[in-house]
Design a binder for this molecule. Structure first.
Ligand SMILES: *[C@@H]1O[C@H](CO)[C@@H](O)[C@H](O)[C@H]1NC(C)=O
Ligand SMILES: *[C@@H]1O[C@H](CO)[C@@H](O)[C@H](O)[C@H]1NC(C)=O
Ligand SMILES: *[C@@H]1O[C@H](CO)[C@@H](O)[C@H](O)[C@H]1NC(C)=O
Ligand SMILES: *[C@@H]1O[C@H](CO)[C@@H](O)[C@H](O)[C@H]1NC(C)=O
Length: 425
């Protein structure tokens, strides 16, 4: 039994590896001169951390030349988990006129390489995913959007597709010259309108749009730990700045229960009946808190490879004081915040009369005022359970645990301690 089980795992793994190798082979570029002064430096980084079948593929000829404008691009990476307020943070970058922003391109890597497992916890799967993810991010920061096509299903023909995940969340992909449906005066195109009216996405035009922007910002929710990105962060051809977005895990849980209704069905049963179903998949919570705790520990321990590249942002702080916190983020990036960003904040946070977002994963619905509303939605025993499992990360991030229902439901006491997380400069 043991043996055949292993064989199945090995087979599955081999098929993923073959797919991935095929993708790399099909997309590998002709030899190009490296942008680095010395050729020995070309493949810096990945050798030690990549799975074995990727070894040897790390030479510089495998990477497209990273697009280098005379004034250096900043490559911004928002590292988050689902339902942690990352759409909100994404918008704070997306709204900037000089940014090219992409919303979770790793979605395509996951659906192609590991189609049946929406959140695989298998270590080997994870390594393949991560190797592929780093490669893709590297290419995207170089504005090579063709590289992404290998992961889009069905495969784009003539470099056009209507299947790019959340295309409408990228301003640059809904504007001229990429899309002609809206004029220059339509500053705030709704995601749904963009998808409806812009029709096919021409990846050549998207690539050009990326090159014309001063900076590239990418939001990801599919990389569990910041340490998994080390090889990317140390790549001397990139100029990466990480924003690690965190949120109270109790808030994340509550938001996921509302959003992912099928996956979190048993949690809703728990909430409705007051009894924990015996077959509840606890890993939906434990894995999150474990990864999260490790990732935050790494970030806050300030390893040398994060120097100048790391800032931790609590969603609750951003929600409480969006304008000031956004300024701090831009200060850390070393870039001026433009008036579009400021305008967007005013229109979409407290005091605004905007209708709420239509999209399921919309930004507005989950923004400022709602940061602590999970307290009214989760039952006390769910909260208590989460506090036990996520004890470490709650403490690290300065979220208070509650000891009674009264404390939980009394909204005049905040559960977010004042705590400053200065960027690691
Ligand atoms: C791709 O472009 C070629 C040449 O313009 C055309 O003949 C072909 O029909 C196009 N393919 C699709 C699927 O649109
Ligand atoms: C996509 O845009 C490029 C650049 O403008 C153009 O040459 C190409 O024909 C377009 N592709 C299609 C399928 O329209
Ligand atoms: C570099 O970026 C600037 C600012 O976006 C742009 O105007 C310029 O055309 C770019 N330079 C090159 C060589 O493409
Ligand atoms: C909520 O907490 C505040 C501050 O500790 C306290 O004054 C108030 O009585 C509490 N309200 C309720 C309903 O327990």
């Amino acid at each position: 039994m043991q043996c055949s089980w292993k064989a199945v795992v090995l087979l599955a793994l081999a098929s993923i590896a073959i797919q991935y190798t095929a993708i790399r082979t099909l997309t590998s570029k002709p030899f190009q001169l490296c942008t680095l002064p010395s050729p020995q430096n070309c493949g810096l980084g990945d050798q030690e951390t990549e799975p074995p079948f990727e070894r040897g593929a790390v030479g510089c000829e495998d990477y497209p030349t990273i697009y280098m404008n005379s004034s250096r691009k900043t490559h911004i990476l928002v590292l988050a988990t689902t339902r942690s307020g990352s759409s909100f943070v994404g918008q704070l970058l997306n709204q900037h006129q000089e940014f090219f922003y992409l919303f979770e391109p790793l979605y395509h890597v996951q659906t192609t390489l590991i189609p049946r497992l929406s959140h695989s916890h298998n270590t080997a799967d994870r390594r393949v995913m991560l190797g592929a993810s780093r490669d893709l991010l590297r290419s995207l920061y170089g504005c090579d959007l063709y590289f992404l096509e290998s992961y889009i299903k069905p495969t784009p023909t003539n470099h056009t597709t209507d299947k790019l995940f959340r295309r409408g969340a990228s301003r640059a992909l809904c504007q001229q010259p990429v899309c002609d449906a809206f004029g220059p005066s339509d500053v705030n195109v709704e995601e749904g309108d963009c998808v409806k009216k812009c029709a096919l996405l021409n990846m050549t035009l998207a690539t050009e749009a990326c090159r014309e922007k001063r900076h590239v910002a990418i939001k990801i929710v599919r990389v569990p730990e910041i340490g998994d990105l080390r090889a990317l962060l140390e790549d001397p051809r990139l100029n990466i700045k990480v924003i690690q977005l965190v949120r109270d895990p109790r808030g994340i849980l509550s938001s996921r229960i509302e959003t992912f209704r099928d996956t979190y069905r048993l949690w809703r049963i728990w909430r409705a009946t007051g009894r924990k179903p015996y077959n509840l998949d606890l890993s939906q919570l434990t894995v999150v808190c474990e990864d999260y705790g490790n990732s935050v520990s790494t970030g806050l321990s300030h390893p040398y490879w994060l120097k100048g590249k790391y800032m931790l942002v609590r969603y609750e702080d951003l929600a409480k004081n969006p304008l000031q916190k956004t300024k701090e983020i831009y200060d850390y990036l070393g870039l001026p915040m433009d008036k579009n960003v400021e305008g967007w904040i005013h229109a979409n946070t407290r005091g605004s009369n905007e209708p709420s977002a239509k999209h399921k994963f919309g930004t507005i619905r989950d923004s400022a005022a709602n940061a602590e509303s999970w307290r009214l939605k989760l039952s006390y025993d769910m909260v208590e359970y989460t506090q036990t499992v996520c004890q470490k990360v709650l403490h690290q991030l300065g979220y208070k645990v509650v000891r009674s229902v009264e404390e939980l439901k009394n909204m005049s006491i905040s559960l977010v301690r004042d705590k400053t997380f200065a960027p690691f400069l």
